[in-house]
Design a protein around this ligand. Structure first.
Ligand code: NAD
Length: 491
């Protein structure tokens, strides 16, 4: 058991794994840097095959007793877990802002309250799960949602706390035991979650964390045949790797992936409103899977829309995410900064025009100016691929059919935004092939609603009952209404 801690913004965080209710240190450590200024935050334990094996054994051992509890008996554990997050709200905000570069204001007002709700909402919703009877003429079908077993949860760096709890809530509430593999570029708030689990009295082995790289620790975890489910949020290439590993063992996996979502501005749109929402796409320096990153604007309103959005973008405050006035923070890692620069350079070399931005931002080495590119072909790299940075593209269209064709003209299908007269925008939205789409709005979410993508943007849905369908084994217990007598002519 290791009691060693690192200190981030004055808050203590364990740099080690959490297995069977104990902190476990590795001999091999990796360096973790702050995305704001590349200062060293600490040295973090890297999980080996032995750590992955220990976590799976702990989760397997804890499963029967945890699964045997009713949802009502599990609920107080999840409510206490949520309460422990609340008690440490300031630590979660400061640590994730330093570790992942998420805006402090967003952590306080959005992420931490949502993380708590992810646990308490699913704990409550699980009460409705058991024995939803289905009556037919012949029988009563007791449709049970049984816990599946040990669940691996793999999260990305762009919203580590929110995404870990979004999966943990339903997985634990349904009676599974879990192993979280947090992102190696931002693992610290997952470690704080382990402190919360400990304080909330979760039985040892119900909640485990093994830290480390994707190719090392992550790959070992998802290749293990003892898993019952893999819930992954991240990039398409990683998802393909995980799907192959899971397929080898026939372990079901849920894949929430990237996007290249359209932001459509129809000729009857409220342009000022659309432009104000458009500037929001730079939030988290554009490192948001569901952002509308491809602007498709009716040619008649192009000039007015561009002028309005330019005005909003000019007002964005780029800076230190720990300053609550900041609206656009850093890019997570130097490698990601290079990637963003590469995309813009190649687009410009191929003939794209820069409407604004198009260069590093003077605030610091990890910053890139909010950018809008135009004059690209639909087939160009910048239109077809997810940049995951503060870089948007703008194309024009002449009618709805062209807007819909452009919107549907990529391999992605996560989300979308349509601005226009409500009936008109809704009709267009219905024809865009994505998992969700917002009409005259952006980012409205409800835990009961389905969330997920189609095409390369993912497999499966999270949220409400969809999360439980994934994390549970659905079983039909059939009880006949009349005495049953065996007969070969009976179907
Ligand atoms: P990534 O795929 O590189 O990594 C995600 C996680 O997978 C990390 O924890 C990583 O260590 C792990 N991983 C990598 N290789 C692995 C392997 N072989 N086996 C097991 N685990 C492995 O993604 P990222 O760069 O961290 O995140 C950005 C991506 O996530 C973007 O594409 C973004 O759109 C997507 N994303 C999607 C959603 C959504 O809900 N659809 C939400 C947030 C982010």
């Amino acid at each position: 058991m290791s009691t060693e801690q690192i200190h981030v913004a004055g808050f203590a965080v364990s740099p080690h794994h959490y297995i069977h209710g104990e902190r476990v240190a590795s001999e091999v450590l990796f360096d973790l840097y702050c995305p704001i200024d590349q200062s060293l935050l600490g040295r973090i334990s890297e999980g080996t095959a032995a750590h992955v094996d220990a976590a799976i054994r702990a989760a397997l051992a804890a499963f029967p007793a945890w699964a045997a509890l009713t949802a009502a008996e599990r609920k107080p554990y999840l409510d206490r877990l949520a309460a422990e997050i609340g008690k440490r709200a300031e630590a979660f905000c400061q640590v994730e802002s330093n570790d992942a570069g998420i805006l402090l204001s967003r952590m306080k007002h959005g992420v931490v309250p949502r993380a708590m709700l992810n646990l308490s909402w699913f704990a409550e919703h699980a009460l409705t799960l058991q024995d939803r009877p289905m009556e037919t003429e012949q029988a009563t079908h007791l449709v049970r949602h049984d816990p599946a077993g040990v669940v691996a949860i793999i999260t990305p760096w762009n919203s580590p706390l929110m995404l870990a709890t979004w999966k943990l809530g339903p997985a634990l509430a349904a009676g599974n035991t879990v192993i979280v593999k947090p992102p190696e570029w931002a693992p610290l708030t997952s470690s704080l979650l382990a402190d919360c689990a400990h304080a909330a009295g979760l039985p040892p082995g119900v909640f485990n964390i093994v830290q480390g790289s994707g190719a090392g620790t992550g790959a070992k975890l998802v290749s293990d045949p003892r898993l019952a489910r893999i819930s992954f949020t991240g990039s398409v290439p990683t998802a393909k790797w995980i799907a192959r590993a899971a397929g080898a063992n026939l372990v079901p996996c849920s894949l929430e992936l990237g996007g290249k979502s359209p932001f459509i501005v129809l000729e009857d749109a409220d342009l000022d409103n659309a432009a104000a929402t458009g500037a929001l796409m730079y939030r988290n320096a554009g490192q948001v899977c569901l952002a509308g990153t491809r602007f498709l604007v009716h040619h008649k309103v192009h000039d007015a829309f561009v002028a309005a959005m330019r005005g909003y973008v000019a007002q964005l405050k780029v800076g230190d995410p720990r300053d609550e006035a900041t609206e656009v923070g850093p890019i997570i890692h130097p490698r990601q900064v290079e990637r963003v620069q590469g995309f813009v350079q190649r687009a410009v070399d191929a003939g794209a025009e820069v409407l604004w931005g198009g260069a590093p931002h003077p605030f610091g080495a990890q910053y890139y100016a909010p950018t809008m590119l135009t004059h690209m072909q639909q087939s160009s790299e910048i239109v077809q691929n997810e940049v995951f940075g503060p870089v948007l593209t703008l194309q024009t269209f002449a009618d709805d059919a062209e807007a819909i064709a452009l919107a549907n003209g990529t391999d992605y299908g996560l989300g979308g935004v349509v601005y226009g007269d409500t009936a008109h925008a809704t009709a267009v939205a219905e024809q865009v092939r994505t998992g969700f789409i917002w009409v005259n709005s952006f980012g409205i979410r409800d835990l009961a609603a389905p969330f997920g993508g189609i095409k390369r943007s993912g497999v499966g849905r999270e949220g409400g009952d969809w999360s439980f369908e994934f994390f549970c084994d659905v079983k039909d217990v059939v009880v006949p209404k009349k005495p049953f007598r065996a007969s070969f002519s009976h179907r």
